[in-house]
Every structure is written in C-alpha cells, then in structure tokens.
Design a protein around this ligand. Structure first.
Ligand code: GUN
Ligand code: ZN
Length: 453
C-alpha cells in the first residue's frame, strides 16, 4: 500500500474515474482520460481531494505541487464493501445445501475460535490486508459475539487509518453455547443484558475514533430473543449516528423460521422495524425474498440493502430483484459477504451482480450497465451508508481513498482493453476479466496532524 507522504499537497496524474451527482443520473460516471487528482490536508490534517479534472487545465494552477504520473493507469475511488464477515475469511468455498446447514456446519464452529484475542488479531490483520490488496478502502464488517473479535478488527483498521465499521454480534439463542453472548459471570442469567452493555461499551470506546464507526449488529432475528432486539433498537435510538447491520430475507427456510419466532410482525423485515432497527444507516444483507410492502418499508425508513451476489449464487439463495428495488425506490449497494460470498474482489462481486440482475430466457431482469455496477460498489454504497461525499468518490472534499488500476494487468486484459472503444467497454472488460491483479496500488487517506500555517 502506498502511504501519502507528509508533503502538504500531492498530485496524481492518470486517467480518472468518478461520479458526479450533479449530472442528473447519479450513476453516470465521469471519465477523464488524462486527469489530475490533487490531494491535500483539511484543517484536521485529513487528506482530502482538493481538485480533480483534466491535467492540462489543473497542472498550470498548481505549479509547485509534485506530480506522480501513473502512466497508462486508471485512478478510481476506493471500493466500499457494504457487508462482509471478517471471521469467515477461512470459510470461503464451504459447500452446503443452503444457508442454515452452512451456518451450522462451517460458520458457527469457525466463529467460536474468535474468543481467543490472538486468533482474532491474526485473522483481522489478514482480512484488512486482503481488503486493501483488492482495492476495498471502506467496509462494514461483522465480527463475532466475542468482544475480543471486535477490538481486534478495530485495532487493525485503526493501524491502517482505514474507514471501517463493525460491532459485537448479538445472538442470545439458537446457536452453539460457545457462540452465544456470554453472561457477566459463569452461571449468571444475564447474557442478553450483558450483550447490550458490552455493545454500548464498545460503541463508546470506538465510534468516531479516527475513521472507525460502531455498528449495532443483531446477527439475524432467529438468533436473538425479543428482549435482545428491543435492547438493540433502544441503543440505536440513543445513538442515531451509529450503523445497524443484520441479515434479512436471504433463504426460504430462514424466512419460515423467522416468521414462526415473530408471528406478530407483518413480515420478516417488519420484525426489525417493530424493534426500532430500521432507519438511515441500517444495512440489511440480501433482501431477496421481498414483496412491495417490504420494499416500501425500506424506502420509508431509509434503510439500505447490501446486495451480495456471489454469496447468493454460491448458497443458492436466489436473485436480488433490481427492477423491484428501482420501482419502489430504496437504496442498495454491493457487498462481498465473505465467507458466504466467494471473493474479496470487487470485480468478482460486480460481475456476480451483472449475472444476478440479468434478463434471461428463463428469468426476468435487467442488464445493468458497467457504470451502474461500479457505482453500486463505490458512490452508491457510500450513499447507502450515509457517507455520500465522504468516501466512494473522488469529488472535491472526499477523503482521499483511491485505487490505481492497471488495465493491462494480464495478457488477456491487455489485448481486450486495447480494443475498448468506449468507457463502458473498458469498464466491462475490467469487471469481467479483472481481479486483485488489476489493483496496482490502494491509497488510504492519512491524517497528517494539524496543517502547518
Ligand atoms: N444469516 C445469518 N448469519 C449469516 C451469515 O453469517 N452469512 C449469511 N450469508 N447469512 C447469514
Ligand atoms: Zn452476511
């Protein structure tokens, strides 16, 4: 990873991709074939985009700023992963008949190991490196039900100054004993209460520290009691700027289970609303088996869907309905959902989204444009998180997180991108053929201390 030097302003010359919400269609990309990105500290010393545009227009305005020239490369916003599980890094590719046996046979046993702080620390370090190697600069991640796992991930993200949100996984029933939230002392009956106390303590310790954020994290309705969901909703009401993350409507067996446990709610999704867990900054993974009442609830509350295509294809969960989401008009963005998801690479996730959305001869759908796919994993995902204008884009004022992509990274990519006659053709070639080899550098905005006079 390249670290920005302590020089007050730096400029990067390359082709530049960004999104300009003022241009009408929010997911139409702006492409500058020979661009300049100027980065410099704000009043707090945080590196932000100070100017962006054509090199020949901007370079004369900043004659003293050193320029790094990434010849034949593409600078693009760092990717935003809306939903991922760091403790499932070593579960990727574990086959199962569906979600529930996959959780029981692979995922829950692996997650029990995160009670050990040393195990958590090495997994968190690997995970953060892997995100950065793949060009992901912002992530909303699950940890496990052990506070040790939350501390380990925050510590690693803080060391890299990465923008990351996580929180204690709330689960007080229907899972192995070692994975349930623990009481304050062995033999005590207060595990649910303790899980909420622990959540609030972690929130107070980490939320707003540098670029870290806390996410209230009920795993999904079937593994929480009503008391735990109620407590999580009360916590969310007391801290309106923290995130909420959970799962919903991924798998038909899961839905049947959730409906049986919370029959008084009008739908599985509505269960979360009934406990005060739907609002802006609430991110629900999957959102596949929705009707229009669910979609309207998403829109009305400002909650957003983390669309997780490689996971949904791998676990056979179904296909996110893009046409339904756009018809009703609620927010969504892309997520790897590792380890149900099969890859950390945003290129693989964008290609998965293209497959999932696709109109086909046995399925209705949409053919998503490459610009729309890219937006879903950058500016669109940032908007879903309530971080529009902060990350996921290279507009003036954004934190300076970006990737330097090599469209010639493999022999096949070099041949294919040489023939690209439009931005869509270039982006499609990268989405279909790209992976971590394309990501030459990942640059994370650093805080350099207070700007000198
Ligand atoms: N639902 C509840 N927990 C999980 C999980 O870990 N992964 C996925 N894909 N769905 C879930
Ligand atoms: Zn998940």
């Amino acid at each position: 990873m390249l670290r920005l030097s302590s020089f007050p302003m730096q400029a990067y010359r390359a082709a530049i991709l960004r999104f300009d919400p003022s241009l009408g269609s929010h997911h139409a990309a702006v492409y500058e074939p020979d661009g300049l990105l100027l980065v410099g500290p704000d009043a707090q010393g945080r590196q932000r985009v100070q100017a962006v545009g054509a090199w020949h227009d901007l370079a004369p305005l900043y004659p003293d700023v050193p320029v790094t020239h990434f010849k034949d490369r593409l600078i693009a916003p760092g990717f935003v992963d809306l939903h991922v599980h760091y403790p499932q890094t070593d579960v990727i590719g574990s086959p199962a008949e569906g979600l529930l046996p996959w959780l029981e046979n692979y995922t829950f046993p692996e997650e029990t190991r995160f009670k050990d702080p040393a195990y958590s620390a090495q997994a968190a370090a690997f995970f953060i490196d892997e995100l950065l190697r793949n060009g992901v600069t912002t992530a909303l991640s699950f940890a496990t039900s052990h506070p040790e796992s939350v501390n380990a991930l925050f510590q690693q993200a803080q060391a890299q100054q990465m923008r990351l949100m996580t929180g204690l996984c709330l689960m007080d029933r229907h899972a192995p004993a070692d994975l349930l939230n623990q009481p304050s002392a062995p033999g005590r009956q207060d595990a649910t209460e303790q899980s909420l106390i622990d959540s609030e303590a972690l929130l107070q310790q980490w939320h707003g520290q540098g670029r870290l954020g806390y996410a209230i994290t009920p795993r999904f309705a079937p593994t929480s009691s009503a008391a735990q969901l109620r407590g999580a909703g009360e916590l969310a009401a007391r801290y309106p700027d923290v995130w909420i993350q959970s799962h919903v409507a991924e798998n038909k067996d899961e839905i049947t289970w959730a409906r049986a446990l919370f029959p008084e709610s009008s739908s599985y999704l509505a269960t979360y609303a009934d406990f005060g867990l739907m609002r802006e900054r609430a991110i629900y993974a999957h959102c596949i088996h929705f009707d229009d009442a669910d979609r309207a609830l998403m829109r009305q509350t400002g909650a957003a869907a983390a669309v997780s295509p490689t996971s949904n294809l791998f676990l056979g969960s179904g296909f996110f309905d893009y046409a339904g989401a756009d018809r009703v008009g609620y927010r969504y963005g892309l997520a790897s959902d590792v380890g149900g998801g099969t890859s950390f690479s945003p290129f693989h996730t964008m290609l998965g989204a293209y497959y999932v959305a696709r109109e086909g001869q046995t399925k209705h759908g949409l053919s998503l444009s490459p610009q729309h796919l890219w937006w879903q994993h950058t500016a669109g995902a940032a908007q879903a998180l309530g971080l529009e204008g902060c990350v996921g884009n290279l507009q003036v004022g954004c934190e300076a997180d970006f990737v330097v992509l090599n469209p010639q990274a493999t022999p096949l990519l070099a041949r294919r991108t040489a023939r690209a006659n439009s931005l869509d053709e270039l982006l499609f070639a990268l989405i279909v053929l790209g992976d971590d080899r394309v990501v030459e550098r990942t640059v994370i905005s650093q805080a350099l201390g207070v700007k000198p006079d």
